[in-house]
Write a protein that binds this ligand. Structure first.
Ligand code: SD4
Length: 346
């Protein structure tokens, strides 16, 4: 069935021949990895192996996420590996850190604003270019799923604050306190000095931007965050803004960002990056050009802060790049997660 759906891409006889080679290679690889592969249907595996081998630089299905978000890309793979939709994969991936109290930049457990409120930003785009987003959303854990409902159930793209909360409640989402004891303690500690400026940690952000290409070459992207720790009440960053925190051009590629949202908002970094892909650049090159552009336009801010991007194109090639060292990203392809060091400008 799956092989038949690929028949327009690959001659069936080619697939059969390749299956023999690929299954042997996967057997050897699996043995070497101690069975570390995630669930992956055999026919899909052989086709992916073919794409990967052909391009030498990627393949699909695949999921790519900012930072060391392996659990998220594994959740995405649960969908992709059985031939599922990229949109479902990125939503599943984004929900992982949203529910994780130890991720202090996303969803439940996210650090609050300077008044003690956890406020969430998220956006999502599907393979048709449909989009949904929420910003300044409070008391709902899975902002990404609310964003998806905005996309699927309203004539709008972006809902904010109380309107977003009311919509989420009307859709059956559960209202809950997102401020964990650890996050509250961190906020109390911050209040001792109360530096009236955004708290930026160049070494470590955890906001998740996740992009995926499925077996049917459908692209999707998602981004979700609690934003900058101890931000001003009402502050909204890049993450829910299409073209800034994430962008998907279904024909060409998808990108997502992490880091100082103000810098990405002023440059529409994800849109810029995908445009570079549309002009024929490899996602790695496109990410590098985008970061350079940001640094040229805002040299001082760029020197002092972190911004990083992940990107994929419709061939399954991928890349990641940042202003500062220390940025890494996770690629899940052929059911295997790899955390890669993103290069950096400085
Ligand atoms: C924001 N870009 O709200 C987000 C923060 C971030 O890891 O990426 N943190 O500006």
């Amino acid at each position: 069935m799956l092989a038949a759906s690929f028949a327009h891409l690959i001659e069936l006889s080619e697939i059969k021949n390749y299956c023999k080679m690929a299954s042997r290679r996967n057997f050897i690889r699996q043995a070497l990895l101690g069975g570390g592969l995630l669930p992956f249907s055999e026919s899909l595996r052989s086709q992916v192996a073919r794409f990967a081998a052909d391009s030498g630089r990627g393949g699909y299905p695949l999921a790519v996420a900012t930072w060391n978000n392996q659990k998220a890309t594994s959740a995405a793979w649960e969908v992709l590996g059985r031939g599922g939709r990229a949109l479902d994969a990125v939503e599943a991936g984004a929900r992982v850190p949203e529910a994780d109290p130890n991720d202090t930049s996303v969803g439940y457990g996210g650090f609050p604003d300077r008044d003690g409120n956890v406020t969430l930003d998220a956006c999502i785009m599907d393979e048709y270019g449909n989009a949904g987003a929420v910003c300044f959303l409070q008391e709902i854990m899975h902002a990404i799923s609310v964003a998806r409902r905005v996309m699927e159930k309203t004539p709008h793209v972006l809902l904010a604050g109380k309107g977003a909360l009311d919509f989420a409640l009307s859709e059956g989402f559960v209202r809950q306190n997102l401020l964990t004891e650890e996050a509250r303690k961190a906020w109390e500690k911050w209040k001792e000095t109360s530096l009236y400026k955004p708290v930026i940690n160049i070494e470590r952000h955890d906001t998740i931007g996740i992009v995926a290409l499925d077996a049917n070459q459908r692209l999707a992207g998602a981004c979700t965050t609690s934003g900058m720790a101890f931000k001003m009440h009402g502050r909204v960053g890049d993450s829910p803004i299409l073209g800034a925190g994430m962008y998907n051009d279904p024909e060409y590629g998808a990108a997502a960002s992490t880091g100082l949202g103000e810098l990405v908002l002023k440059t529409l970094g994800s849109f810029l990056l995908v445009e570079e892909i549309r002009r024929g650049r490899h996602p790695q090159k496109a990410a590098e050009m985008t970061v350079k552009r940001i640094a040229e336009r805002y040299p001082q801010l760029a020197r002092e802060n972190q911004v990083g991007f992940v990107a994929i194109d419709r061939k399954g090639r991928y890349g990641g790049f940042a202003l500062q060292p220390g940025f890494n990203y996770t690629v899940c392809i052929e059911g295997r997660n790899q955390v890669l060091e993103g290069g950096s400008l400085y």
